[in-house]
Ligand binder design. Structure first.
Ligand SMILES: Cc1ncc(COP(=O)(O)O)c(C=O)c1O
Length: 401
């Protein structure tokens, strides 16, 4: 039997999702209709946030959040180097400066101690923190909130990996990521590899009505419609600020509503897959499985396995090719943002600036993890990883156990 090629992530779209989308296509309203609010209400009721605003991508959500937060020229924003480029770019979009704080080597999330050092270097210019819940594992939000309060900073959580994750705070209360209990805003992505998908799409959640109103205006060209004026002149609208078209269509929202109903099932399956991998790699030399931390429930967006390629004497690129030849497309998350040529040049960053993120990048491999994988496929991936590593390292003195 021929195996299908596997990659690190893919959508799970089922017949009822398709029917939900087809129904919209036959309806009168393809955009700006009732499904937008219905999807936003569903996001609120799942996360526990008071307000949710859906938009065209996670990147648009980050941009809107930075604009709504009033960030701009002269402001510095601290984020993780271990993230997708969009997390840092959003600061640049609004004229602010992204700065990085190294990751904690155990969680791969931004280190609060490193944030504090960065704030101290910034001489009062730091205005906001954008912690990223990498791979779906929540950051240390208690420590981050404490720092934000101490220094008067805004917090925008980049939860593009973390819809479906939760954390227990020091007072014992369990918060779903997106409740924005510890932040001004939380940002999600609904790209196909994420917890749920709308094709492309994103959302911002908040408990602050003023921020929500700003986000809503910015999402649609800065247009405000005053109901009192519209009664007399129904055509009237006012452009009160520079806005964008970051709307999410009815078609996308219909898919989002349908997908959100399945989120818990999707996350349970991702957790089962992580358990299979954890068991397969337990006790293997030169390998480390992702952390499991008391009080944190991951959304398991990624399964970041660490392999000490240099100790094994294995060339990571060649080994990737061997895995690809066996039908498994692995990925790496992430090339540290400060090493991307654009950032390295613009901010004079060098290798060695954020050693934990760089060491993590050298060792990290993202394994296939998504609800549509069956147990046999997961075992195949684990077995293939072990056998290809064994044959690649058999010529070296280190070898694999
Ligand atoms: C951590 C993180 N932030 C932001 C984004 C941007 O989301 P989108 O692709 O929906 O624009 C992504 C997407 O991969 C991401 O992984």
């Amino acid at each position: 039997m021929e195996r299908r090629r596997l990659s690190y992530g893919r959508q799970t779209v089922e017949q009822d999702d398709i029917e939900a989308v087809v129904e919209v296509l036959g309806s009168e309203t393809l955009t700006q209709g009732p499904r937008v609010e219905e999807f936003e209400e569903a996001v609120c009721s799942y996360t526990g946030a008071s307000y949710a605003l859906c938009c065209s991508s996670g990147t648009a959500a980050l941009h809107l959040a930075c604009l709504a937060a009033g960030l701009g020229a002269g402001d510095e924003v601290i984020t993780s180097p271990n993230t997708f480029i969009a997390t840092a770019n959003c600061a640049l979009y609004v004229g602010a400066t992204p700065r990085f704080a190294d990751i904690d080597p155990e969680t791969f999330n931004i280190s609060p101690a490193e944030i504090e050092k960065r704030i101290e270097c910034a001489d009062g210019r730091t205005r906001a923190l954008i912690p990223v819940h990498y791979a779906g594992l929540p950051c240390d939000m208690d420590a981050i909130t404490w720092l934000a309060r101490k220094h008067g900073l805004m917090v925008i959580e980049d939860a593009c990996h973390a819809l479906g994750a939760s954390r227990r705070s020091t007072d014992g209360v369990v918060h779903r990521i997106g409740s924005s209990a510890c932040s001004e805003m939380t940002v999600f992505s609904f790209h196909p590899v994420k917890s749920i998908t709308t094709g492309e799409g994103g959302a911002v959640t908040t408990n602050d009505r003023t921020l929500y109103e700003r986000l809503k205006t910015l999402r649609a060209h800065g247009v405000v419609r005053d109901p009192a004026v519209r009664e007399a002149s129904p055509w009237l609208y006012e452009v009160r600020t520079l806005g964008y078209n970051y709307r999410l269509s009815e078609i996308h929202c219909a898919l989002g509503i349908s997908q959100l109903k399945k989120l818990e099932r999707f996350i349970r399956r991702r957790a089962q897959i992580a358990d299979i991998y954890n068991e397969a790699f337990a006790g293997q030399g030169h390998m480390k499985t992702p952390p499991s931390i008391d009080g944190l429930a991951s959304a398991h967006h990624l399964y970041p396995l660490r392999i000490d390629f240099s100790a094994l004497g294995i060339d990571k690129g060649r080994w990737f090719a061997a895995m690809s030849a066996a039908g498994v497309n692995l990925q790496v998350h992430y090339i540290p943002v400060h090493l991307q040529p654009f950032y390295a040049k613009k901010f004079s960053c060098r290798p060695g600036d954020f050693p934990n993120a760089e060491r993590f990048y050298a060792q990290e491999v993202s394994l296939p993890i998504y609800p549509g994988l069956d147990d046999d496929e997961v075992s195949y991936v684990a077995d293939t990883i072990l056998s290809t590593l064994r044959s690649a390292s058999s010529g070296t003195s280190a070898g694999m156990v």
